[in-house]
Design a protein around this ligand. Structure first.
Ligand code: SAM
Length: 243
């Protein structure tokens, strides 16, 4: 069932716990998983297989996404590129097939398990957008496609701050999300029980949070949904780390 809810007020402090589900440190980072992302993680663990069944081939009917991703890969010129909130890894794998050294990061261990099985040409790590399991300036480019939609409003700034930390100066960041306002709550998805809020975000608010984190906005694209997509307005923000 899908119900509209008002945005939840959120006054509790951010809770960060080190490496409960994250993996052993690689190259100097320590992955962290937030306690209060438990329901998001558990929900995506529940739907990981069916999510992959529905979306693993989506780039075949998304020429705009392919073009934007190709540009990001080209910009990285064979260096390491991140897919932040990579889900079952189909986009990460596609970029590896284009010649990038692709790394996918996701909160959900089950998603990462699917990704490792289906996209062995790429690397995958379990981790949280708010404490990326990544070294400082490790990546030459990053994308975050429909993953920031599960963050609380006050988590956008720290998430973009983490992206800036993990990106080298001059790197490109591509963020995609559902445009609008309000929250759609789901307690069922593809016949599985979940507990998920999908936030519709203002393109202006996302752009200014990205800018405040230390990026210049290079482009913004707004588009209606494709016939095979969920019926929401889509927005892409392309930014470059400048400081
Ligand atoms: C709607 S799916 C998008 C997956 C993929 N990027 C795509 O375009 O199909 C959202 C993904 O973001 C992940 N996610 C949500 N919150 C996250 C967080 N705080 N840190 C890391 N990943 C997160 C979820 O586990 C899920 O795989």
């Amino acid at each position: 069932m899908v119900v509209e809810t008002a945005q939840r007020a959120r006054s509790e402090p951010l809770l960060v716990r080190h490496a409960r589900d994250a993996e052993a440190p690689r190259g100097g980072y320590v992955g962290c998983v937030r306690d209060d992302h438990d329901s998001v993680r558990a929900s995506y663990d529940t739907v990981a297989g069916v999510y992959a069944d529905h979306l693993r081939d989506e780039l075949a009917y998304k020429p705009l996404d392919r073009a934007l991703l190709r540009m990001v890969v080209e910009h990285a010129a064979g260096s390491r590129v991140a897919d932040l909130g990579c889900g079952p890894g189909h986009v990460t794998g596609w970029r590896a097939d284009q010649g990038a050294e692709a790394v996918g990061i996701d909160l959900s261990p089950a998603m990462i398990e699917v990704a490792r099985r289906e996209q062995p040409q790429a690397e995958f790590r379990v981790g949280d957008l708010l404490a990326l399991p990544a070294g400082d300036e490790e990546f030459a480019a990053a994308v975050a496609l429909y993953s920031i939609i599960h963050l609380q409003p006050d988590e956008l700034a720290p998430a973009f701050g983490e992206m800036r930390r993990a990106l080298a100066p001059g790197s490109l960041l591509l963020v995609a999300f559902h445009a609008g306002d309000g929250v759609q709550h789901r307690d069922e998805w593809w016949d599985r029980t979940v507990e998920l809020d999908f936030r519709f975000l203002s393109p202006a608010d996302v752009s200014s949070a990205v800018e405040r984190a230390g990026f210049d906005i290079e482009a913004r694209i707004d588009r209606p949904h494709l016939p095979r997509e969920a019926a929401t307005q889509r927005c892409y923000v392309l930014a470059r780390r400048v400081r």
